[in-house]
Design a protein around this ligand. Structure first.
Ligand code: XMP
Length: 514
């Protein structure tokens, strides 16, 4: 295992961001619950600890607390917001509740610029605050390292014990010197190298897979998405021919996608792939189905049925590869974040059921999405797979509103190819939309082409900006680009005489129309 920083999560919305920033600085880290026992941490030999922020006040009864043994462990600690207040209280300082909580930007003025915590940090810079309590008296051994106009102790530190605290959020991009401050803590104070890079970790990931699998056989479902492609390639590097990949062509992929994905898997990555042409089978099951949720369920069941049949043809398979990522692992450990109503039955190849009786190999379960992409590049995956935009498991079925037929699939496929080509080529777009596609609506309208009246389909174009698909805004595409897309669709796609642009954010709409 690489030297590991543990982030104690006090319920902050920013814990994952702290983890991503730490890893961007080349230091491996994991998020753990705030009440983890020191003995459990000690067994993992932590290189440093970061205490996250959190929604509570340390002044309320039963406020989330940490195992006090952690404070005497000698391991370098950085407390952020709630984490700093907890450090302060536990080490004997005094806190007060502010009359007015402080949220948003503030100017930090540093003190003791000679402290390594402030290496290359300007004397004054913008920081992001979000707190209702404040430290008013420092714990023994600490010095005050900075203040904002409304917060006298915005940073504190005990250089001898390597324990530091900041009231602001260094992990958010609004804190100008945030990354530098985290780097100073990790590299300067905790003495950690910036050595956690995909180039360096690929070998140990491969070794782990080899050790786990031994001489057993492994199966993997490929979708064309980046997660399953990287997971499969990694496993293939580890165990070669012992891995069989199954690629199910359900006929709901985009134009040319099945061919290009398969070619990449076979010819570039040299994976051992069984391709199943299940197009007719899926279409037969979908005939006459209009309800979005039923479409999703039918496709999910059918996918599993096809996969099970293929798996049964390979005797002695013991393991199934899943492309589970770190955010899924974290979220499944914090059930409250899963609360709420089900909006859509999401499914993808990572969700094959447990009843299949395979042991799981999840080689990406410690990685964030951008790290999976970086790993894909190290493994030599083609850019069109590494950069593939998110695409729903049920594919074009959820982009055809109403009945799915071969003819309607052809329309949405052709319109979608134009949307993608035009936006892919618009390199000047800032930011580049996160996802963009065409939707075939059930609406027909009157038009005129040449001298004739037409009564044909309405296609909607959707392009969004987003960080993670959880929330999204519609992309402000330039009018000339929308014009080109519209003209091309109407001229080149048979059966379409009108194009609309979707100007709804998420919420209240979702990204996909179904
Ligand atoms: P929605 O439509 O829920 O989409 O706002 C959010 C993101 O998830 C993608 N999506 C799916 N991904 N299986 C998947 O793997 C699915 O069933 C599925 N449905 C939606 C969608 O494309 C967007 O990026």
């Amino acid at each position: 295992m690489p030297p590991t920083v543990f982030i104690l999560d006090f319920g902050a919305q920013y814990s994952q961001l702290i983890a991503r920033r730490t890893r961007e600085l080349g230091v491996y880290c994991e998020i753990v619950p705030f009440d983890v026992a020191w003995s459990a941490l000690a067994a993992r030999n932590p290189a440093a600890l970061i205490l996250s922020g959190g929604p509570e006040s340390t002044l309320v009864p039963d406020a989330p607390d940490l195992d006090p043994a952690i404070l005497n462990s000698g391991v370098p600690i950085l407390g952020i917001c709630y984490g700093m207040q907890l450090l302060a209280r536990r080490l004997g300082a005094q806190l007060v509740k502010l009359d007015h909580a402080e949220y948003g930007p503030a100017i930090l003025t540093t003190e003791h610029p000679e402290d390594p915590f402030w290496d290359d940090v300007a004397h004054e810079s913008r920081v992001w605050m979000s707190h209702g309590d404040s430290v008013v008296k420092l714990p023994d051994g600490f010095i005050e390292l900075g203040a904002t106009p409304r917060c006298n102790v915005a940073a504190m530190g005990d250089r001898a014990r390597k324990i530091y605290g900041v009231q602001f959020h260094p992990e958010v991009s609004h804190t100008d010197a945030g990354t530098k401050i985290l780097a100073n803590f990790l590299h300067g104070i905790a003495g950690l190298d910036a050595s956690w890079r995909m180039e360096n970790v690929v070998d140990s990931l491969i070794d782990e897979i080899r050790a786990k699998v031994g001489t057993d056989k492994v199966i993997c479902a490929l979708s064309g998405g980046v997660d399953s492609a990287v997971a499969a390639t990694l496993v293939a590097r580890a165990i070669g021919e012992q891995l069989t990949c199954v690629f199910v062509d359900h006929g709901l992929l985009r134009k040319g996608e099945a061919e290009s994905v398969l070619a990449a898997f076979r010819d570039v990555l040299h994976l051992n792939v069984v391709a199943v042409d299940a197009r007719k089978r899926f279409l037969d099951k979908l005939v006459g189905v209009e309800d979005p949720e039923r479409k999703r369920i039918i496709i999910g069941h059918e996918f599993i049925a096809v996969f099970e049949e293929e798996a049964a043809k390979i005797p002695g398979v013991k393991y199934l590869v899943q492309g589970t990522l770190y955010p899924d692992v974290i979220e499944s450990k914090t059930p409250q974040s899963k609360a709420g109503h089900k909006i859509k039955s999401h499914h993808n190849v990572g969700g094959l059921p447990e009843k299949m009786n395979f042991a799981l190999i999840e080689p990406l379960r410690s990685l964030f999405k951008d790290e999976v992409r970086a790993l894909g590049r190290v493994l030599g995956l083609p850019e069109h797979i590494v950069q593939r935009q998110p695409f729903p498991g049920p594919g074009l079925a959820v982009r055809i509103i109403g009945d799915i037929t071969e003819e309607r699939l052809e329309i949405v496929r052709n319109a979608d190819a134009i949307v993608r080509e035009e936006i892919d080529n618009a390199l000047e777009l800032q930011p580049h939309p996160w996802q963009y596609f065409a939707v075939l609506t059930p609406v027909r309208s009157v038009g005129v082409m040449g001298d004739g009246r037409t009564y044909a389909n309405l296609v909607a174009v959707r392009a969004i900006t987003s960080e993670d698909g959880m929330t999204a805004d519609w992309a402000r595409l330039p009018h000339h680009l929308l014009e080109t897309i519209s003209t091309r669709i109407v001229n080149e796609v048979q059966g379409v005489n009108r194009v609309a642009y979707d100007i709804t954010s998420k919420p209240p709409a979702t990204v996909e129309w179904e």
